[in-house]
Design a protein around this ligand. Structure first.
Ligand SMILES: C[S@@+](CC[C@H](N)C(=O)[O-])C[C@H]1O[C@@H](n2cnc3c(N)ncnc32)[C@H](O)[C@@H]1O
Length: 411
């Protein structure tokens, strides 16, 4: 059913059949979009092509159509983009983990900055800053210090979910895992072969630090231990049960950028985890309040603060939205708010609560440009403006990117 693309933008040309699942046709990839897919146009329709590179000429198969959008997969690379490279991982395309291995590293960085710009324009409806510098990862491979392996006890499989499914892709080697995590995967695979992994454990969370590898659920005494990392002179304790950033080599510049020029008497660190930003903020401000929903992370944050001898910061175990709804007015005004929410972004009541705190400066650390842009739109509506935006390539070989946006309220 291979057909030549009669590509034209806008409405489908009269008499031209609309795209439907199963159709194969040739397209050219224009650019990479938020979500990491390539954009193409065919028969007046917009098409998203997974695992493509800008400039690729491809034979694609339409997998599904939703309204005027078609989702396609690559059948054949007809003319490879100059930025296309051979993905080195043998599971690439099947494993749901990486989706950028087909791009050389420069193209990955460029695509991520474009994704941020795109979200700022289309979702936040603001003109992006002229410069959005991106800090590359010192290691583009073997950088991940945290991994979640799925376990299919019945079929004796251990690895990651296959793309878009909950089937387990059995993985022997993961080229983005830190060597210590690869060793832990090797150990678990030996146990898998010998039938020693507990059937009830559907997944394992492994996290590497200075003390080795912590595993949850733990299989032996040494798996359960607390980890620690020293970042920019501060010591952080954490374990596999709470969040800690996965690319440790980028944390020093990330913390520097997120807290740069932060000044005043009081600061609030929302979604503070184990205190990655709370400790440096406590060195700059007289009073700091951290808010975090995970009780284990809060306990580590308090331990990390007391280990650093910082008594001017305290941490509340609470949902950020609810805490702000109850306490924002009592704490206002604060000088500086830092927020680093999960991928879903801040809850709507959290944005209203931040505005109620009346900070002069806001530092928004985000791992999802789309939800970041949604929240920026709400902050713009309250008078805040972007002073600076920068990106950090925390997740090489994937379309994910960390962004730090500094906002200020005009006086
Ligand atoms: C992206 S992590 C950032 C953690 C910390 N700032 C860091 O860099 O290590 C987001 C944190 O938000 C917490 N969290 C998620 N939803 C929350 C909510 N509604 N209220 C409070 N904390 C929440 C998670 O437990 C996690 O620790």
């Amino acid at each position: 059913m291979r057909q030549q693309d009669s590509s034209s933008r806008g409405a489908a040309p009269e008499g031209v059949e609309r795209l439907r699942a199963g159709v194969e046709l040739e397209v050219e990839i224009e650019r990479i979009l938020p979500g990491g897919v390539g954009l193409a146009h065919a028969r007046g329709q917009t098409m998203f092509v997974a695992l493509s590179a800008p400039g690729d000429r491809l034979l694609v198969r339409v997998e599904r159509v939703k309204g005027s959008l078609a989702f396609a997969s690559i059948k054949e690379v007809l003319d490879a983009s100059p930025v296309r490279v051979e993905p080195p991982c043998r599971y690439f395309g099947r494993c749901g983990g990486c989706d950028f291995q087909q791009l050389n590293y420069e193209a990955q960085l460029a695509a991520k900055v474009e994704i941020i710009r795109d979200c700022l324009r289309r979702v936040a409806r603001v003109e992006p800053p002229t410069e959005i510098p991106i800090t590359p990862s010192p290691d583009a491979w073997r950088y991940r210090s945290r991994l979640r392996w799925q376990h299919d006890a019945q079929r004796r499989l251990l690895g990651y979910f296959e793309r878009g499914t909950h089937r387990v892709c059995d993985v022997v080697e993961c080229p983005v895992a830190l060597p210590a995590l690869q060793e832990k995967l090797n150990d678990l695979r030996v146990r898998l072969r010998e039938g020693e992994l507990p059937d009830e454990a559907s997944e394992f969370e492994a996290v590497a630090g200075d003390e080795g590898v912590a595993l949850a659920p733990s299989l032996e005494e040494s798996d359960a231990h607390t980890q620690a990392r020293v970042i920019a002179g501060e010591r952080y304790n954490f374990d596999a049960g709470c969040f800690f950033q996965i690319n440790h080599e980028l944390l020093e510049p990330l913390v520097r950028e997120a807290t740069r020029d932060a000044e005043g008497e009081s600061a609030v660190d929302l979604y503070c985890g184990v205190g990655l930003f709370t400790l440096p903020l406590a060195r700059r401000f007289a009073r700091v309040k951290g808010v975090e929903g995970n009780a284990v992370a809060c306990a580590f944050a308090r331990l990390n603060l007391s280990g650093a001898g910082l008594t001017n910061a305290s941490v509340e175990t609470a949902s950020v939205g609810a805490w702000l709804a109850d306490h924002a007015t009592a704490h206002a005004p604060v000088d500086f708010v830092l927020l680093d929410p999960p991928r879903a972004g801040a809850e709507p009541e959290a944005i209203a609560g931040i505005v109620a705190l009346r900070p002069r400066q806001i530092s928004y650390v985000s791992c999802d440009p789309a939800t970041l842009a949604r929240d920026l739109r709400a902050l713009y509506a309250s008078g805040y403006k972007i002073a600076h935006a920068s990106a950090f390539d925390m997740f090489p070989q994937t379309h994910h990117v960390e962004t730090v946006v500094r906002l200020a309220r005009p006086l």
